[in-house]
Design a protein. Structure first.
Length: 133
């Protein structure tokens, strides 16, 4: 069983960015706050003057865990896998799978970069991987 994300009116700009191999987050045009996941208004000042912007694709590892027990049958064959909380260079934190790094090599604060993983024909997901030394 494969779970394929579906865009809606709120998330379509995010998925349009993914199709162009960008990670886009929302920015408030009033107070400058940026955030993810998407919302209809700024969580800080509640303005509806929201704009999507591509990120740099760079961040640092804030926290991580290894998933040993699948929460859904669609990922049962993927365990164990790493899940990371990544602090983007732009400020907000995002949850992502972490690729190409064994758990014993992870260090809080280590530099990460955006990577894309194809999960189905034409369907990609933004993930993160360690920045090369």
């Amino acid at each position: 069983m494969l779970i394929v994300p579906q865009a809606d009116a709120l998330t379509q700009p995010y998925w349009d960015g993914v199709a162009q191999r960008e990670l886009r987050i929302q920015h408030c045009q009033v107070c400058g706050h940026c955030w993810h996941p998407p919302l209809y208004r700024c969580p800080q000042c509640h303005s509806e003057a929201v704009q999507w912007r591509a990120t740099s694709g760079r961040g640092t590892l804030y926290s991580h865990c290894t998933v040993h027990h699948a929460a859904h049958v669609a990922v049962a064959d993927k365990v164990p896998y790493l899940v990371a909380l990544v602090t983007l260079q732009e400020g907000p934190r995002v949850v992502s799978n972490l690729l190409h790094c064994p758990a014993h090599r992870l260090r809080i604060g280590m530099p990460l970069r955006l990577a894309f993983q194809q999960i189905a024909d034409g369907v990609w997901l933004p993930q993160f991987e360690p920045e090369p030394a």
